[in-house]
Every structure is written in structure tokens, then in C-alpha cells.
Design a protein around this ligand. Sequence first.
Ligand code: GLY
Ligand code: MN
Ligand code: MN
Length: 465
Amino acid sequence: MDQAPRPADSPAANLRGDADLEHSAGAFAERRRRLRERLGPGAAALVASLPERVRNGDAHYRFRQHSDVYYLTGFEEPQAVALLLPASPDPGGGVEAAQPRFVLFVRPADPELERWDGPRLGVDGARAALGADEAFPIGELRERLSSLLANSTELHYAVGLDPQLDATVMEAVAKLRKTERRGQRPPRAIVDPLAAMHELRLVKDAAEVATLRRAAAITAEAHVAAMRAGRPGAHEYELEALVDYTFRSRGGAGPGYNTIVGAGANATVLHYIDNRARLREGDLVLIDAGCELDHYTADVTRTFPASGRFTPAQRAVYDVVLAAQRSAIELVAPGVTIDQLHQHCVRRLTEGMIQLGLLRGDVEERVADGSYRDFFMHGTSHWLGLDVHDAGAYTIGGTARPLAPGMVITVEPGLYIADAERYPAELRGIGVRIEDDVLVTERGHENLTAACPKDPDELENLCRR
Ligand code: GLY
Ligand code: MN
Ligand code: MN
């Protein structure tokens, strides 16, 4: 895709490197080819951007393309619909079957509006720059969709995300039902994108891995900057701003999800995003932040002592989490399942909970009765890519899916001890999570975020005040 040129000496240049080159038009065309292969000969796929959202009054959130649309087209504008259409299965009358087509609906060029909102690729641009066989103004979708979908055996489409588009698709299907006798049949099934599209997204291609690697490098840098600045007296939002600044100044779009900066007991609130408190002497600070670069996001958590020293109790909790996290990462290899990684962490963390005096009795019993969930209540891993909780099935036919080369997962055990009297005083209000992004390789794994420090002695050195 054409993008504004970036000055070679901007800070963004160092880490972006040749990512643009790698994410070339060829990479998107190859994904469409591979999706067609998965869809089979008669099926069509429709992916669409989601509507732009109002934030308040007449102010909108900044638009970010739907991940499926970006994955297949590289197109970043709103009001986009992309269709992959099969070769017409039986044109009849000895006519050659038509070739499969890639059709785009886009915002048409509009010099007046473009003066206000910036340039649009337009219909001609969509053909030229995005390789569409045909392109139409988005306003023509409703009248054209039924004939475009006619005689596709099935339609891969994510129902339920955009009610207006759902209605347009249903209307197209209903129209085709009426024309069936004249040989224009509706698709026989609407299929969730999980079945084909999201299978592709699960295994990253070379351009995706290159982009994730850069997002990971920027993210590591941002965490280190926050560790250096995270002294008592600073506000959580100052650290958030520093993380954000690092992401943006290195060429990233910003955070790929809301940044969590939790000091003290705020670290035990899993989705804490207020980030308004002041760091106090003796606090641990948990930061969960990932840079989004060219639509791909990292997802990293680090926990460090604001004063530069762990208390013995904090260090004991930290060591339990780190040992579980490191040993879980070591297990990552083709054939292993996310469920196995989770069971491994549950066992290691539960042993730790007993050693710390949070639980009593036997490890097996505490695992079996689920009491560990008072302190570790989330999963260990999720897919990572265009979305922080990326697309792809976690089970196949009801059983856990084995990892395969090219998949990227997080490994993120944690221990969260509520600030409550029922727990030993020195452990109350301690929250620790350690999260890395791990690529599954042919032989095992590569930790993409290994550059982000997590060794406790190294953290104390970095945070020395
Ligand atoms: N930051 C979201 C997560 O860790 O899953
Ligand atoms: Mn995560
Ligand atoms: Mn995270």
C-alpha cells in the first residue's frame, strides 16, 4: 500500500526498517490465494470494516481497520467491503467459467470531503493499488451484492458485528431466493470466518513475523523506559504516557489495547486501566502494554519495584511467577497445547501458593478443588497477532489444538493477592504478572520479547533510585 514517505532520519526509521517492504502488495495477494484454497471452489468470502464510532458529541474514535480486512487487502480506510468470489461454477451454454474475482467496495473519491478528512484511494485507486479485479463505490453495495453472490455455494461472513451490513447481506440472500428458478441461487450456508479465514490468521507468514518482531522490540524499549521512570511519587498515567510516547516515536500506531499501569494493590485488579494513582515507596508496579505496529500488536507485562528493591515477600511471589513463566516458555513447541501450558502453570503456581502460606495442604488437592483460582484466575496463553486476543480456534473437534510452527502465543502466568485481612500481612495487595510473546518454531520456540528484562536482579539494577 502507498503510504506517506517517512523521513529517513526520523526515530521511526530505525525500528520500522523494511517492514513496509515485507508487507507488500504481494503478501496480501498471497493471503487471498491461500484463503481461496481453503474456501474451496464454490465458496465466497465477505469481509468488511466496522462502522466508525462516536466517542462523544460529534467526536469520533480514531479509525482502525478491521483485522480481517487488513489481513486480506492492506486497505486502511473505513467503509470498505472486500469480496472473494469463486469462478462461476456453471455459467452454462458452453461458456468458459469466469475467473475467481477480488471485488472491493470503497469510499469514492470526493474532492470536497477529502479537503476535510484527507485523501481517499477511491475506486480507481482501489483497483490499481490494492489489486482488485473490480471496485465500486460503497453506496452501490446494496444493489450489487445479490448478483455478485449468485451461485456461490456458501458465504464466509461474520454475522453479528454490524447489524446494518447483516441486513444488507440477508437482503441479498432473500433476493436470490426469488431468482432461484431463473438460475441465480443464494449461497446454501453462511459460514463463520473461524472456519477458513481465521485458520489462516493463526499461522503467521514471514511478513507478519517480521512486523511482530519489531512491535516486540519497541514494546521492550517502552517497558524499560517506564521501569527507569517509575519511582515513588510518579503517577501511573505518567508511565502510561511514557510507554505511549515510546510506541509512537518509534513508528508504532500506539498501544494495541488499553495500557494497564497498576501500582501497589491496583496490580491485583486484572483490567485496571484508570492509571490515576501515585506510586508509593515499596509498591510493585505492574505494566501490561503492547505496541501496535502496522496493525500487529505485542502484549507484554512486567512487574517491578518502584523503590528499586523488592521486599522479601514481593521477591518470593515474583520468583514463583517467574519460575512458572520461564518453565512454561521452555515447553512451547509444535504438538504442545495451550491447555498443557496452562496446567503446567497452575501446578507450579499452586506449589508456590502453598509455600507462600496462601493455601494449605496438598498440591493435587488444591489444583483439583480449584482454590488456586483465588490467586490465579485467568488463562496462561492466547493467540497474538493483528488482534491482541487473536483469531483462531483453540480447540478442534472439542480437543485442545496442538501448537504448530508460525503460531504466536503469549505466556502470562500471574499471582494476585487481594488486599484483605485473611491473607498474611506482608503478602496483601501484591500483584505480579510476567508476560512474553512466543513464536512457535519448527524446533521449539523463540521468545520475541526476550529483550524485555524480567530477571529480578536485573530489574533492581534498572530501577535503582
Ligand atoms: N493485555 C491483555 C492480555 O494480556 O491478555
Ligand atoms: Mn495477554
Ligand atoms: Mn497483556
